[in-house]
Design a binder for this molecule. Structure first.
Ligand code: SAM
Length: 269
């Protein structure tokens, strides 16, 4: 098993997100945004709630919170993502910052949410400790991650094909297992270890509607970090084979792929 260097993984992720920030909206955002309201409900966000949107990307969760008349702040470690968010939602407070070391006072939020951020962190437990610190007693945390690849069919197809045709021994800094928190018990365990109580896990049904059979490859290649790095490291003939097989699989499966998420939440007592 490869040893994870959280700093090397963080640098790799940071560079990746800086590069793809402007392409994210036309790629994964179509699916990640489908869990926004369930996430805000789990964190009990309503009018007046001071809510921190961690790993905010282009700011969709913060914007939905603002539409509920909550008071959102968005944090992302990518300056390019923060610019995307500010450009889209100029009235919301977006800041550059690290999920694992929040430059925010203790007890200053009623809710902390993270939509598909946990699986990009080298030290996700530390991010939950930070969420706990910045929450007031009684405040709630909630995060989403993708369900396992047998249920999140888009990932199932991709992983199956890359593993079958690709070279997995490429020089990419190893990160924590992508589906670690898809396991409800593991999500409950880390939330409890961070000090949260009333811990709960639910599933959110989501569907990835691909505009074409090629879109699965395009979104991964241009709009993701770990999978894109894996694809870019392949030899040209292997990459072409992967592209063809992905297209063929979508043609067989249809353009609407199940992509449920796992939604975990807890309360600071
Ligand atoms: C999959 S995107 C999710 C964006 C957004 N929350 C959404 O719902 O679409 C992951 C985001 O996490 C951010 N990110 C990754 N590691 C981070 C860290 N350590 N601190 C803050 N943001 C981080 C990336 O820059 C990226 O914007």
């Amino acid at each position: 098993m490869s040893v994870i260097d959280p700093q090397a993984f963080r640098r790799f992720e940071h560079q990746g997100w800086q590069e793809i920030a402007s392409k994210y909206h036309d790629g994964f955002a179509a699916v990640t945004t489908q869990s926004v309201h369930a996430l805000l409900d789990a964190a009990e966000v309503s009018a007046g709630t001071r809510v921190l949107d961690v790993a905010c990307g282009p700011g969709y969760v913060a914007a939905a919170a603002s539409a509920r008349k909550a008071v959102p702040t968005g944090i992302d470690f990518s300056s390019e993502m923060v610019e995307e968010a500010r450009g889209r939602y100029p009235d919301i407070d977006f800041r550059e910052g690290d999920a694992e070391a929040l430059a925010l006072p203790d007890g200053s939020f009623d809710a902390v949410v993270m939509n598909f951020g946990m699986l990009h962190l080298g030290r996700p437990e530390q991010a939950l400790n930070e969420a706990h610190r910045v929450l007031r007693p009684g405040g709630r945390v909630a995060f989403t991650v993708w369900d396992t690849p047998d249920k999140a069919v888009g990932f199932g197809i991709v992983i199956g094909i890359i593993q079958k045709y690709g070279d997995m021994n490429v020089p990419i800094p190893p990160g924590p297992p992508f589906f670690r928190f898809s396991d409800p018990q593991e999500s409950k365990r880390v939330l409890t270890a961070a000090g949260f109580r009333e811990v709960a896990v639910t599933h959110v049904p989501q569907v990835w509607r691909l505009p074409s059979a090629d879109a699965l490859f395009e979104v991964l290649y241009n709009g993701s970090v770990r999978n894109a790095a894996l694809l870019r490291a392949q030899k040209p003939d292997v990459l072409e084979k992967i592209r063809e097989e992905l297209r063929r699989s979508v043609e067989l499966a249809g353009n609407e792929l199940a992509m449920p998420s796992v939604l975990a939440s807890g309360k600071k007592m």
